[in-house]
Design a protein around this ligand. Structure first.
Ligand code: NAD
Length: 499
């Protein structure tokens, strides 16, 4: 059954929706202790969607205390891995069973197309939880090769209470990248979703308990970054803070960790990723489609967006023309319309930021090839056209700073050495791509690019089995794959004297 086609009116469902808006602490929904709430707006219309509990330091303290008590009780941390696996598998199944409800919440909250929420966000979040569930009863500890006089065991233990702070661009997926490995490893969790898109995180907390996650193990506290987020990163009783968001906030989170209890810090931060297309690109049509989706998917609100197109001068015009053909089909539209492929920008502030960068590109002398305007203003929502700049030079603001919107900066180069030098000359190092037929150039370039993920003749290849994260100021540590478990486990060595 095609769910998208068979859903007659997402608008009718949206009108009937009464989202849960309270924090989830100790296995139940509660208001903020001081009763405060904040407005959560629908970016497609600019209208009020929900008034959400505004958690602050006392609410974080209560959630952390609940997480600590659950951890100490051993009900989850001491559960045999095979049992934890079954609970998390049920949790993943419940996410899929509530696919339409969760997709609707996600789309209303952050403006992405309903078709993407249904086909990408919810299944991908469920797959992540399911994959970590599957992994956890297949991991062995180690015995060190010390010799026969001793037995030195190297065992992994859950780190304890993990605080997770996540952004608004993929609310469910970013939360799942934390929830999966954190819970699979036996930790307790306090999750602070973005104040711009808190509704799916709040909803799935109850599904976790329904699946059998013991009360107190998974808590959600919505609230602002400078209040709830800061309190979580500064807590003296949180053992690890797992952050995804901007580099500027990541630096603050590190400071809070240092100033409090030296909790360990994992950071997934921003990017300004180069997509290098050489003159011997094997398939210009594919490269153009990939380049367009690398910057326009999710309204360009992607950490790994291919926001800098580095193209050999000889093929620049042809490539840009092909990108324009793809981009012209991506007309911003109502996110609740199943045919829409580009939705609304998350809020007025973010839209203004994107428009300011477009102005800056023009003022600095880049040439606007496509788009550049706010559209659908009559809807009250925040929509920006797919935008392509050409003749961008490496010193321009639009070539250096993360825009986090549908704006592509095209730079040209002569020769691969110059391309690599330009590619590496930013503070970020999240993703990068190179398109070439030449295997030697592909290998060499992949090694020379200072980025956590390098794509050859593709962009944004993705699988839960593969680590995700960045070099330089794009972050510390990795999400996804078994490597993510490193963040959420302590290594302990146990020596047994055999003399
Ligand atoms: P942001 O840094 O503004 O906010 C992220 C989270 O941090 C939110 O929950 C926010 O409430 C919280 N926060 C804000 N100030 C805080 C403070 N002082 N203390 C503690 N928490 C605070 O980022 P955003 O605008 O929500 O998200 C966009 C950014 O996220 C982009 O830079 C993007 O590249 C990055 N991102 C990175 C990845 C990755 O995996 N590397 C994935 C998605 C998004």
């Amino acid at each position: 059954m095609n769910t998208v086609a068979s859903s007659p009116s997402w608008h009718a469902r949206a009108a009937a929706l009464e989202p849960e808006t309270r924090a989830f602490i100790g296995g139940r929904y509660v208001d903020a202790l001081d009763g405060q709430r904040f407005d959560d707006l629908n970016p497609a219309t600019g209208r009020l969607l929900a008034r959400v509990a505004a958690g602050d330091a006392p609410d974080i303290d209560a959630a952390v205390a609940s997480a600590r008590a659950a951890f100490q009780s051993g009900r989850w941390s001491g559960m045999p891995p095979a049992n934890r696996k079954r609970v998390l598998q049920r949790f993943a199944e419940l996410l899929l069973a509530h696919r339409e409800e969760l997709a609707l919440l996600e789309t209303l909250d952050m403006g992405k197309p309903i078709t993407d929420s249904l086909k990408v966000d919810v299944p991908s979040a469920a797959r992540c939880i399911q994959w970590y569930a599957e992994s956890i009863d297949k991991l062995y500890d180690e015995i060190a090769p010390t010799g026969p006089q001793a037995l030195a065991m190297v065992v992994r233990e859950p780190v304890g209470v993990v605080g997770a702070i996540v952004p608004w661009n993929f609310p469910l997926i970013m939360a799942a990248w934390k929830i999966g490995p954190v819970l699979a490893a036996g930790n307790s969790l306090v999750l602070k979703p973005s104040e711009k898109s808190p509704l799916t995180a709040i909803r799935i907390a109850a599904l976790a308990v329904e699946a059998g996650v013991p009360e107190g193990v998974f808590n959600v506290v919505p609230g602002y970054g400078h209040t709830a987020g800061k309190a979580l990163a500064s807590s003296m009783d949180v053992d690890c803070i797992a952050f995804t968001g901007s580099t500027a906030t990541g630096k603050l989170v590190m400071q809070y960790a240092a100033q409090s209890n030296l909790k360990r810090v994992g950071l997934e931060c921003g990017g300004k990723s180069p997509n290098i297309v050489l003159a011997d690109c094997p398939d210009l049509e594919r490269a153009a489609t990939a380049a367009a989706f690398a910057i326009f998917f999710n309204q360009g609100e992607m950490c790994s967006a291919g926001s800098r197109l580095l193209v050999d001068e000889r093929i620049r015009d042809e490539l840009l023309e092909r990108i324009a053909v793809v981009a012209r089909d991506l007309v911003p539209g109502d996110p609740l319309d199943p045919a829409t492929r580009l939705g609304a920008i998350v809020d007025a502030t973010q839209m203004q930021r994107v428009l300011d960068y477009i102005r800056s590109g023009r003022e600095e002398g880049a040439s606007l090839r496509l788009g550049g305007r706010r559209v659908r203003e009559e809807s009250g929502g925040y929509y920006v056209e797919p935008t392509v700049f050409d003749a961008v030079t490496p010193g321009m603001q639009i070539a250096r700073e993360e825009i986090f919107g549908p704006v592509l900066a095209t730079l040209s180069f002569r020769g691969i050495d110059e391309a690599v030098a330009i590619a590496n000359d930013v503070i970020y190092g999240l993703a990068a791509a190179v398109w070439t037929r030449d295997l030697t150039v592909a290998h060499r370039t992949a090694r020379q690019l200072r980025a956590g993920m390098v794509y050859v003749n593709c962009y944004d290849a993705d699988d839960i089995t593969v680590p995700f994260g960045g070099f330089k100021q794009s972050g510390i540590g990795r999400d996804k794959s078994l490597h993510a478990l490193d963040k959420y486990t302590e290594l302990k060595t146990i020596w047994i004297d055999l003399n």
